[in-house]
Ligand binder design. Structure first.
Ligand code: HEM
Length: 398
């Protein structure tokens, strides 16, 4: 019998889609693969991935949890998304969204945009006045999204040094103990913060949640929602700032266009999001389980089967994006990429993430026109063991 392709697929490049993933996409929309925890269906084409993200017959929870082995990191992530328990996902997940989505109101986003733009200007001033080489990851990519999370949760900026490594630790799939210890620190911190907000409310998400549902939510419920905002709210964006810089450095013509015309920044951000797949591509796979039988083409996905929705591969599917590998600021009416997912679990922080990324890429190459890597690109190390992936440093000169 032919051996199944085994995820994750090797990639000679630190960015982009692995050759094996591309080959499977050419062969068809869906294929059986082997993963560390269990065999799964891998879906690689745009139309099928998008349709399945919106299909309520697929869920995050596993109807047969005893059949699979998953890391502590994956377990925490599923719990934060109210998708760790098959019996409660159908009620718990809509409730989570009902409570979290209104927290990202237009009013709050407008206020945050102004603060974010000011903060980017300050960070770039500091960067420009330091002596190169500088680690752009620590000077820009890390401080901005962590400031945003401080704002959302109403904590002092100084706390970002405390929680800054928590997302990486919690979502470290290589060390269950480290993941569990780190997650416990997050839970303790958030529980204390909720107690503090009950006494001293502010203009922040936790204070709003305390007042929700006639004040009936428990501290533990509120802390759980706060943990999701904390742990999903910064590392994802840090990774995209670093990758956006790399993608634009690889595309000097597009970068020059952007530096000349900052109004192209929103288009640049969409291309960055579309093409932001790193290393072996694990940061661009969305896991699901079939909660009832689902047919894709000639394939029947049976109840309980694991499904991997390859959003990174879907985002370079030539059927949806002509010349899909090109970073192109002038794409005409591009289809929506799937970097924030789609459908029932569409990213709750996507407006905010776009504001952050736009503020950065409107300014970065104007403020530092000679920006370039200070090390060979091949020496950068993609952190495959984290669910979120990413780099630990990005040394640049300017
Ligand atoms: C560029 C940055 C970001 C990227 C690429 C990203 C990506 C994603 C993706 C792909 C999903 C869907 C996962 C799935 O369907 O299983 C998701 C969900 C989510 N994201 Fe984001 N995200 C980003 C930023 C943020 C920010 C800034 C926040 C909050 C401050 C946030 C909060 C969430 C939450 C709470 C969910 C869970 C939604 C649910 O399960 O219904 N994200 N994100």
């Amino acid at each position: 019998m032919k051996e199944l392709p085994r995820l994750p697929f090797d990639n000679p490049d630190i960015l982009g889609i692995a050759p094996r993933m591309r080959a499977l996409q050419r062969e068809g929309p869906i294929t059986r693969v082997r993963t560390a925890g269990e065999d799964a269906w891998l879906v690689t084409r745009y139309d099928e991935v998008r349709a399945l993200l919106a299909d309520r017959r697929l869920g995050l929870s596993n109807p047969y949890p005893e059949r699979s082995v998953k890391s502590a990191a994956r377990g925490f992530m599923m719990a934060l998304m109210a998708g760790d328990d098959y019996d409660t996902e159908a009620t718990g997940h809509p409730l989570m969204r009902e409570l979290l989505v209104p927290r990202f109101s237009t009013r709050r986003m407008r206020l945050m945009k102004t603060r974010i733009e000011r903060h980017v200007d300050e960070l770039l001033d500091q960067l420009a006045s330091s002596t190169a080489p500088v680690d752009l990851h620590h000077a820009l990519s890390f401080p901005l999204p962590t400031m945003v999370v401080c704002d959302l949760l109403g904590v002092p900026l100084a706390d970002r040094e405390r929680f800054g490594q928590w997302a990486r630790g919690t979502f470290d799939q290589s060390d269950n103990q480290h993941s569990a210890n780190t997650f416990q620190q997050v839970v303790d911190y958030m529980t204390e913060l909720v107690a503090r907000k009950r006494i001293e409310p502010g203009d922040d998400i936790l204070s709003e949640l305390i007042a929700e549902k006639g004040g009936t939510l428990s501290d533990a419920d509120i802390a759980q929602l706060g943990n999701a905002v904390l742990l999903f709210g910064y590392e994802t964006t840090i990774v995209r700032i670093d990758m956006g810089v790399l993608l634009l450095l690889r595309n000097p013509v597009q970068r020059a266009l952007l530096a000349e015309s900052p109004e192209l920044a929103p288009a640049a951000v969409e291309e960055i999001l579309r093409l932001s797949v790193g290393g072996k591509g694990s940061n661009a796979l969305i896991p699901r389980y079939a909660h009832s039988d689902v047919t894709v083409g000639d394939t029947v996905i049976r109840t309980g089967d694991a499904v991997m929705l390859a959003i990174g591969a879907a985002n370079i599917d030539g059927r949806a994006f002509p010349d899909s590998d090109l970073f192109d600021l002038a794409r005409v009416r591009p289809k929506p990429h799937l970097a924030f997912g789609h459908g029932t679990r569409h990213c709750i922080g996507r407006v905010l993430a776009r504001i952050e990324l736009t503020a950065v890429f409107e300014r970065l190459f104007r403020r530092l026109p000679d920006l370039r890597l200070a090390v060979p690109e091949e020496s950068l190390r993609w952190q495959e063991h984290r669910i979120t992936g990413g780099f630990d440093e990005l040394p640049v000169t300017f």
